[in-house]
Design a protein around this ligand. Structure first.
Ligand code: G1P
Length: 300
């Protein structure tokens, strides 16, 4: 019998936030449904999970889950109308999101933080390692991160976080990791984690970005993790316990990401993400870049 660890097949996407930074757009629409060019932000995230081989996706939702469910479901009326017009291209665009993955939903109930959202996935995930993808971070599909994290989990066990070096004045916006080098240049051993450190307290410039591959032992730790920063149950706090007590659920490693990441977390970042992505698009990019160049030259 081979002693193979179970592989990672499930993705968990927390999608229960109130999206208050985008009001009034998010009054009746979940922020995950806001378009980034012509696709809702969450579709990029599901596509990323699928590209890494994770076709079982659990969304942890709150109010307004209806729009999410509808987006990843068939829309027969629309498909029928497009079919009658013979608009095959739009028809396949509409079907793309429903054919992408097996999407499941669970309600978080009272939203008590990211750790609490992840805990809501426990019954669906079971005793297997799983990935968590946060919708505010979009990772460019040309710079695969999740597949590398899964590889590291398969080689080293335990949990794996995604890290990115940020400017010291930015680190207070993130979970921050104390790290030690390993033999692999893009992999570090995480020796400690701190959620949103105050200026001067950050152990490094390594920010945790919104991708995690977690050992199922994290659920046990989350069950006993008290509310932390912001009076919320923090995933970072549970990972801190795993990092300092590897005998509980394996070590924590970090994959250092140097690729393209687009933040859609607040209005300024969201605008920057759209402009950057539009510039990169094959269909829209050439015209848009030319216009942007002229506009910047003439107006700014
Ligand atoms: C969450 C995590 C934080 C992480 C960040 C990445 O914070 O709590 O550790 O660095 O996501 O985007 P949030 O941005 O939801 O406040």
């Amino acid at each position: 019998m081979t002693d193979r660890r179970p592989g990672v097949v499930k993705a968990v996407i927390p999608a229960a936030g109130l999206g208050t930074r985008f009001l009034p757009a998010t009054k009746a629409t979940p922020k995950e449904m806001l378009p980034v060019i012509d696709k809702p932000a969450i579709q990029y995230v599901v596509e990323e999970a699928v590209a890494a081989g994770l076709e079982d996706v659990l969304m942890v939702t709150g109010r307004n889950k209806r729009a999410l469910e509808d987006h990843f479901d068939r829309n027969y009326e629309l498909e029928h109308a497009l079919g009658r017009k013979g608009d095959q291209q739009r028809l396949s665009t509409v079907r793309e999101s429903s054919d992408l993955a097996a999407v499941h939903y669970v309600r978080q109930g009272d939203p008590r933080g990211l750790g609490h959202a992840v805990l809501a996935a426990a019954a669906h995930v079971g005793d297997e390692p799983f990935a968590v993808l946060l919708g505010d971070d979009l990772i460019d599909p040309r710079d695969p991160l999740l597949a590398r994290m899964i590889e590291v989990r398969e080689a080293l066990g335990g949990s794996v976080v995604a890290l990115m070096e940020v400017a010291p004045e930015q680190i207070h916006l993130y979970g921050c990791a104390a790290v030690e080098a390993t033999a692999d240049s893009d992999v570090v051993r995480v020796t400690g984690l701190m959620e949103k450190p105050a200026p001067g307290e950050a152990p490094s410039r390594y920010a945790v970005i919104g991708r995690y591959v977690l050992d199922p032992e994290v659920f046990e730790v989350l069950r006993r993790t008290p509310p932390g920063r912001g009076d919320e149950i923090q995933l970072t706090d549970a990972l801190q316990e795993l990092a300092v007590r590897p005998e509980v659920g394996g070590p924590v490693h970090g994959v250092v990401f140097t690729g393209r990441r687009y933040d859609t977390g607040d209005r300024g970042d969201y605008l920057r993400a759209i402009v950057r992505l539009a510039c990169e698009r094959e269909d829209l990019g050439p015209d848009f870049r030319a216009w942007l160049r002229d506009w910047v030259r003439e107006e700014l």
